[in-house]
Design a protein around this ligand. Structure first.
Ligand code: HEC
Length: 127
């Protein structure tokens, strides 16, 4: 192969590399946006439009919805924000001995992907 061809191949590889990085960045952004859209359907009533726990239903709940923008500030050792959201949504997260949860378990109504997108959104809005 002539060196000019080699240079062309190398240039092509760089362009393709850049393109795939761009695609990755876009799909992560898209994932966050899809997560936000799901959040507005399934979570806003309690957690509010700003995910700060001040949704319209909060008033009538005995246990107040968590501020989801500050989860990162009180993380259990070794847990990620995404995992914490999963545990809340699938019911593994327990509030306290003898306390009602006040948050529904969503495992039967949400697709795995939907929960991934929601958890990615929640991770992206951490303060
Ligand atoms: C009916 C009201 C209600 C809805 C709807 C609701 N939540 Fe909650 N959520 C709560 C309440 C109340 C708490 C605080 C008590 C607790 O920690 O379980 C909470 C706590 C949480 C926590 C914090 C758990 C922790 O580890 O401290 C996360 C994360 C969470 N919710 C995510 C979600 C997501 C995501 C959705 C939508 C799929 C959602 N919630 C829908 C009421 C709700």
């Amino acid at each position: 192969m002539k060196s000019r061809n080699l240079a062309a191949v190398a240039a092509m590889a760089v362009v393709m590399g850049l393109a795939s990085n761009v695609a990755l960045a876009e799909s992560d952004q898209e994932m966050i946006e899809r997560g936000a859209a799901h959040f507005r359907i399934f979570c806003v009533n309690c957690h509010g439009m700003n995910a700060d726990g001040k949704g319209p239903l909060a008033k009538i709940l005995k246990i107040q919805p968590a501020d989801l923008t500050t989860l990162k500030q009180t993380m259990p050792e070794g847990m990620t924000v995404q995992e914490r959201v999963f545990r809340a949504v699938d019911g593994r997260h327990k509030v306290g001995e003898g306390q009602e949860r006040n948050m529904p378990v969503f495992t039967d109504n949400l697709k795995f992907n939907t929960v991934i997108e929601i958890s990615r959104f929640v991770e992206a809005i951490q303060k």
